[in-house]
Design a protein around this ligand. Sequence first.
Ligand code: UDP
Ligand code: MG
Length: 309
Amino acid sequence: MKLLSVIIPCYNEEENVRDFYDELFKNAPFFQEKGIEVELLYIDDGSVDKTVQEVRKLRELDERIHLVSFSRNFGKEAAIYAGLQKSKGDLVVLMDADLQDPPSLLPEMYGYIEQGYDSVATRRVTRKGEPPVRSFFARRFYRLMNRISRTEIVDGARDYRLMTRQVVDAILAMSEYNRFTKGIFGWVGYETKWIEYENIERRKGETKFSFWKLFIYALEGITAFSTLPLTIAAVMGAVFCIFAFILIIITVVRTLIFGDPTSGWPSLVCIILLVSGVQLFCLGIVGQYLSKTYMEVKRRPIYLVKEDF
Ligand code: UDP
Ligand code: MG
């Protein structure tokens, strides 16, 4: 018998807890045929609705249901980490509670694991049903990210992923505080098979990620997996120095030849504004990395548990 751990991060998903369970076990004949035992790990990320109660109700029906609930909302990344830590399975799969990650793909994914892949990942090829502004920025983000980071981050990649124990242990070994899972998956490597599917809209409830939350998440991804912004800051500083040096020589020479008429105040003000702007910008970039380092150095726990069964 093989054990499959299914990790479901839930944040205010009371309507979806039961639906997810029913949908997943539509695969029951497949699990039986392959000799797969299943454990369901609902990770409650500090929900303020009845998510925990729903999971407890399910547990009374089925011993295979488990729950870790957090003391407050720590974010999906923390929930994924907690799930991976709790999982005992030889295989582990991460899925959203809202059924945007269709459990019906599991048999196909399992097939690739049998073929020897270490991990089977999914990406959606369409962004149907998503606000256009969000899609636009998401595309830009992935383009940029893949230019500036050596870690491959796939456009449209979901967190829906089936992994072997080896891959899970590798991810767990990355115990960093600033977790950007999409990057972590790419960073650990291993042989990954990509499966594509059309975007499915959330079954019930609402998305937990606003545009700004995603925007900040994207910035975090950049600082977590690239130091190119720091290099850009340094290069910009160097370019401005060279430029200023040339200007100084021109000014000195001009003064020696043509005397010293006091002119050029407007241009001076513009230059001061530009240069101080660039300085602040670069300082901001350094500040971003410093703040990340600061959080990392504190070694705070990634999540705090309230209930665990
Ligand atoms: N989620 C979470 N913590 C959060 C936000 C979201 O655990 O702070 C979970 C949520 O319950 C869902 C999954 O992460 O199972 C994906 O969230 P959502 O569907 O809202 O994101 P979207 O699919 O819109 O990107
Ligand atoms: Mg969703």
